[in-house]
Design a binder for this molecule. Structure first.
Ligand code: FES
Length: 88
């Protein structure tokens, strides 16, 4: 089922699991090697205007539309009844 997810990150999240090298997890949503960053976020950081909303073609990563952003970014609110860690 297709869905649209609004993301504001323009770069990866660094995770240091105690290995020799850190892991870089995609937070922009454009990586073709998700969940790992493949550098595709450079498209967002270099070309996006924070006041506009962009839609990307998932196959080519070309911008298929952009329009003025009318809604402020949604800030996540922690749920005190939810799990405190991944995996439930
Ligand atoms: S953060 Fe998404 S590709 Fe790097």
């Amino acid at each position: 089922m297709p869905r649209i997810v609004r993301l504001h990150a323009t770069g990866p999240v660094k995770i240091e699991p105690g290995r020799e090298k850190p892991l870089w997890v995609c937070a922009c949503g454009l990586s073709k090697t998700f969940p790992f960053c493949d550098g595709s976020h450079k498209l967002t950081a270099a070309k996006e205007d924070p006041q506009r909303l962009y839609r990307y073609d998932p196959a080519t990563l070309a911008v298929v539309s952009d329009q003025p952003e009318h809604q402020p970014p949604v800030q996540p609110t922690p749920d005190p009844t939810g799990p405190s860690h991944a995996g439930g």
